[in-house]
Write a protein that binds this ligand. Structure first.
Ligand code: ZN
Length: 286
């Protein structure tokens, strides 16, 4: 574990009182196994999500390459199928049975909203120095219908005072703000095996931080049953860490550690339920 790189990534998932209500609503609405209501189980098993990247750049160093974007897709697919190389080494043996395999496959969109052939990558030159919640990056290039595509915006992303925030996504109140239903990630967090896009995609599919609102160890937390209570975010990659009387899952994608490698079974359930209930138009049937 000591070979993990160390850096602290702040994630700008917005967190305020108005989300607490929608959090419990989300839990209530997604605890039901929607998969069971789909008649053709073979169709339902295959979750393939088309992705469009909107790259907003001011100079050539920000204009990340198509190869780098393709490698992000590869990493996403490894992480969402629990086939990433590090998972075996990092997840303790006694936790391995909790590893969730989402079996979600992401691919670069092949047709745009008008039906034209595309490679799923849009480059747009911009003059703006940075984007934040107040200046949403999502307005810099037209959003593709978020019901049918996962939109990823890449640019100089900041969240208010957190200058080193490197990504954000609105809480999935997707029934309220479809115009912001997209993921923002900083250009300098792309590639190199970074876990940021996986983490933000987790938010986009209904996951909260694993340490969410557990400062007193007795609060609701992330609304996921099989993640232990955790007080604070983890930086770097510790050998082990105890909080709230239990070893915590700092190796979970929804923490901030540098060795995030897994989702749990219940997190996968939540993501599947969010897809089947709210994002079912994403699923291309093959
Ligand atoms: Zn986050």
């Amino acid at each position: 574990m000591s070979s993990c790189n160390s850096y602290l990534v702040y994630c700008g998932e917005r967190n305020n009182k108005s989300f607490i209500a929608s959090d419990s609503q989300l839990k209530q609405e997604t605890q039901y196994k929607y998969y069971n209501t789909i008649e053709n189980k073979e169709i339902a098993k295959k979750i393939r999500i088309p992705v469009v990247f909107h790259v907003l750049y001011r100079n050539s160093s920000m204009k990340i390459s198509k190869e780098s974007i393709q490698s992000e897709i590869t990493v996403l697919n490894e992480n969402f199928s629990a086939s990433n190389k590090e998972i075996d080494n990092i997840v303790p043996d006694e936790i391995k049975h909790k590893i969730g395999t989402a079996n979600i496959e992401f691919y670069l969109a092949q047709t745009d909203p008008q039906g034209n052939v595309t490679d799923g990558i849009i480059y747009r030159k911009t003059k703006r120095k940075f984007y934040s919640f107040a200046r949403p990056i999502f307005y810099a290039d037209p959003l593709w219908n978020p019901k049918k595509y996962m939109n990823v915006y890449v640019g100089n992303v900041r969240v208010n005072k957190f200058k080193n925030t490197s990504g954000y996504v609105d809480h999935p109140r997707i029934w309220r703000s479809p115009e912001k239903d997209a993921i923002a990630v900083s250009y300098n967090r792309m590639g190199k095996g970074n876990k940021l896009l996986t983490h933000e995609t987790g938010h986009w599919l209904g996951l909260r931080h694993i340490f969410e609102r557990k400062k007193k160890c007795d609060l609701v937390g992330d609304g996921i049953d099989d993640t232990p209570n955790q007080k604070t975010a983890t930086s770097n990659c510790p050998d082990s860490k105890i909080q709230c009387g239990n070893p915590i899952y700092f190796f979970n994608f929804m923490d901030y550690s540098s060795c995030r490698v897994m989702f749990t079974i219940d997190q996968v359930d939540r993501m599947h339920n969010v897809i089947y209930k709210y994002r079912n138009e994403l699923i291309r049937l093959k």
